[in-house]
Design a protein around this ligand. Structure first.
Ligand SMILES: Nc1ncnc2c1ncn2[C@@H]1O[C@H](COP(=O)(O)OP(=O)(O)OP(=O)(O)O)[C@@H](O)[C@H]1O
Length: 324
């Protein structure tokens, strides 16, 4: 797949708003009384890739649907490109592209017709060149005359993305973009999304694949039970909450942890053949030198050492465990 190279004209039209999306005090209680969102505040920066993470039922799709004007919030405001999504629905909706989670398809349409029709829905004048560019970028050009029902699942997902890009949105929402697609296509899609960001499009994605957020996102938001519990630059998050682990392969297995090392976060693994020491990635003194000295004093010899860093997935799992 190739990147969509040229700048998106929609982005240059709106320079007044500082944020692509500004969410203030958004709450949502569904008709059955269930509160899916609780006073969410969030600013999405122009031109960033923002990943919204959270367990099933956390409220991700509800939040996206509210920003896109599909679901009415119970309270609060959302501005997209400087326009209120409720009061200025048409103006904001035309700036937004939404790739939904479900594969709802126009089975009997051709790829070309479905994507071109999507552009028309937003009142944009016909532009076959743009449609061709989008289809080529998504490796769908060869399939442009194929009926959608004849495509594979991964191709259908790409058609959804093409439809969402047909009207040149400046903000793109991807709800679980790579659910059920193969590894190669996932990597292609990541590249394509980065290419979009490079043309100035703001990308907001939800995902259950934490490695996807780790790979792509500039910032990460974590939502659980309707509350946004954390918003952070991905790199800062990984530095702040990340732990490092030193794995020490021992010459001879141990039955129990050596005495007198209570202050160290140590665990025995591999039936006593490996000692792991978890330390704070941020602290200046890791304590490794002192630990190795003390092990030596106790006659614990090792044959190999290596360090491991926690992934965003480890951080996310720990966060979910520590949230009441
Ligand atoms: N129309 C509705 N009526 C009542 N409850 C709803 C409705 N839509 C969603 N909910 C509930 O709101 C909560 C949040 O749902 P939402 O789809 O936003 O979660 P999500 O984070 O996107 O989950 P997933 O990762 O499973 O897609 C869930 O408990 C869901 O059952």
């Amino acid at each position: 797949m190739t990147a969509l190279a040229s700048r998106n004209p929609m982005n240059d039209q709106v320079t007044t708003a500082t944020h692509a999306v500004s969410i203030r005090g958004i709450s949502k209680t569904y008709k059955n009384g269930f509160q899916a969102l609780k006073a969410v505040d969030l600013d999405i920066r122009r031109g960033e890739i923002f990943a919204l993470l959270g367990p099933n039922g956390a409220g991700k799709t509800t939040l996206i649907s509210i920003i896109c004007g599909i679901v009415q919030p119970s309270s609060g405001t959302v501005m997209a490109d400087g326009h209120d999504v409720l009061r200025d629905y048409r103006a904001t909706r035309s700036r937004i592209g939404l790739v939904p989670q479900e594969l709802s398809t126009d089975a009997f349409e051709t790829v070309w017709a479905a994507v071109r029709f999507s552009r028309g829905l937003f009142g944009r004048p016909r532009n076959d060149q743009h449609i061709e560019k989008v289809l080529r970028a998504l490796s769908l050009w060869e399939k442009k005359d194929a009926k959608i029902m004849t495509l594979s699942g991964g191709m259908k997902r790409r058609v959804l993305i093409a439809k969402a890009l047909a009207h040149e949105p400046s903000i793109l929402f991807l709800d679980e973009p790579t659910a059920g697609v193969d590894v190669e296509l996932r990597h292609d899609m990541w590249q394509m999304v980065r290419g979009l960001r490079d043309t100035g499009v703001t990308v907001i994605l939800t995902t259950h694949y934490i490695d996807e957020a780790e790979e792509m996102a500039d910032r990460v938001g974590v939502i659980t039970r309707g509350e946004l519990i954390l918003v952070e630059e991905k790199d800062v998050l990984m530095r702040k909450l990340g732990k490092k682990q030193l794995s020490i392969s021992l010459q001879s297995p141990l039955q129990a942890l050596p005495e007198g090392l209570d202050g160290y976060a140590l665990e025995l693994a591999d039936n006593g053949a490996t000692l792991t020491y978890t330390f704070d990635a941020q602290s200046e003194d890791t304590g490794i030198a002192a630990l190795l000295r003390k092990l030596g004093e106790r006659g614990v010899d090792f044959k190999d050492l290596h360090t491991l860093e926690s992934s965003l997935e480890d951080i996310f799992v720990n966060l979910m465990r520590s949230t009441p």
